[in-house]
Design a protein around this ligand. Structure first.
Ligand SMILES: [Zn+2]
Length: 54
């Protein structure tokens, strides 16, 4: 079982997807990317990066 299976967005409760090149967990619904620091996901909305909307 991957850690991502148990991780959901703290804001909207959607399942997150992994961006392994950036070490981020991405919520497509909120367009937020949560950082992973030393293998530990930082599930705090204030720490998340807003994705560019294309
Ligand atoms: Zn979300």
């Amino acid at each position: 079982m991957s850690i991502v299976d148990i991780l959901v967005c703290p804001d909207c409760r959607s399942t997150l997807s992994v961006d392994s090149s950036r070490d981020e967990l991405v919520c497509g619904t909120c367009q937020l990317a949560y950082p992973v620091r030393d293998g530990v996901p930082v599930m705090i909305v204030d720490k998340a990066r807003k994705l560019e909307t294309s």
